[in-house]
Ligand binder design. Sequence first.
Ligand code: D5M
Ligand code: FE
Ligand code: ZN
Length: 490
Amino acid sequence: MRETLLAFVSQKGTLLEPAAMDYLLRQENPLVRLERLLGTFPSAPLVVTLQDMLDAEAIARRAASQASTPAPASVVPPVAASFRRVGERAADHAPDVTILRDITGQSTCEGTIDDFTRYFRHRFQVLGGMLRSRRDLHGALDIAKSRKSTRDVRFVGMVSEVRTTRNGHRILDVEDEADRISVLLPADSPLAPEVVVPDEVLGIAGTVNDRGLVIAQSLIRPDIPVTRSFRGTRDPVRAAFMSDIHVGSRTFLEEKWAKFLAWIQDGDEVARSIRYLVVSGDVVDGIGVFPRQDEELAIDDIYGQYEALAAHLASLPDHVTVVMIPGNHDAVRPAEPQPALPASIQKLFDSSVVFAGNPSLVSLHGVRILAYHGRSMDDFVSSVPGLSYHRPLDAMKLMLRMRHLAPIYGGKTPIAPEAKDHLIVEEVPDIFVTGHVHSVGVDAYRGVVLVNSSTWQAQTPYQKMRNIEPLPARLPIVDLATGQAVVREF
Ligand code: D5M
Ligand code: FE
Ligand code: ZN
């Protein structure tokens, strides 16, 4: 039965706490109970706990005893049982926000050739250092020495080009600071389906043939440790996530926004438990972001757009602290890393809004959140077969495996050659959030909670032309104590 239950939860994309498993195994019809419990979650939680089980049974018992009085038709959609922590309010906790990493005020680059050389050297050194500290790359040689080796070689390099031969083999041109070499990923090898993108830094193990070509046996990614668990706060606070509000656009979803506001102002206990709102860019539609944008604007003044947003956010309850980063539609330089919105715009908002750059690493009650708008997903989608705008969480997992938010240089994501590569994922966050693709999803990768936050904009003419179907007005909410997540739809 244990195996059956494990197979069932893993197929649902969730995990079962050992105590919950032991409890279930002592009950009659464990599978039926588990299935019924999972049905009460709007989306699969990261982990099903014993508490979830006990709470759900208590709720079911209460519902059964009230069965004679039918519930009103407009009851709130079901939330995860353990999300119902009655009596705990966000208002009881002071804000605890620290910006740990952010480019704001530290930009030094001018975009010269020297800047680019320095930028890529920093990327190579930091990611190369991470790779070399891994056991499977111990004793890695540099490329010049690897070339002369007659035995198995291991080295670290940055991919300068990925080509596919007529026979379906892939050849990577890989370089380090002194040399470059070609690496063959044979079409009939287990490496054939492996994703490789230009400008990523990876480790290669293989053999050198007599023509100086490396036949790869394995690719090694910096990745994040396998053995992490969610490191939550003891404070029972929650964070909600949104992005791509696009205030000022004709397609901004005013009614859905009003529904969200009504809920957070006067909603259920989940609404009252939300202490933070993390807003990951494209907060307004901007001006001149794409050709003929003026035809799609309801507010054609950039300050007017931010003033309208500030008015919307001013209606949030006082206990909600907003953390806001910019995106590609916002009024800061488009090149990443982007600094926080300028003082002339910040002053339009009240003091409950904290501004940070894109990307930023922000601590909320000690829980580290990496927030990135997600422009690079455009480049992932166009370079990686199988990825699409509907699968942002897959692109986010690649970013964590590559330890880089925007590895592909020279695509749609403009990158400023700062002295340091701020797009490297140097510290492993507890929560990683992106927006941009106007989709929504929550997942986990090696103990990191992944959130792709939704939009408050309906399908635009451009998206219609490109067949991009948005999933607007969904609000992912993460419990900062447990890492559990739900998505609330408006
Ligand atoms: O991007 C919203 C969505 O539309 C996101 O999925 C990317 C897609 N999009 C928007 N503009 C482009 C271009 N020029 N090329 C490819 N894909 C695009 P947003 O940042 O809100 O405009
Ligand atoms: Fe957007
Ligand atoms: Zn965007």
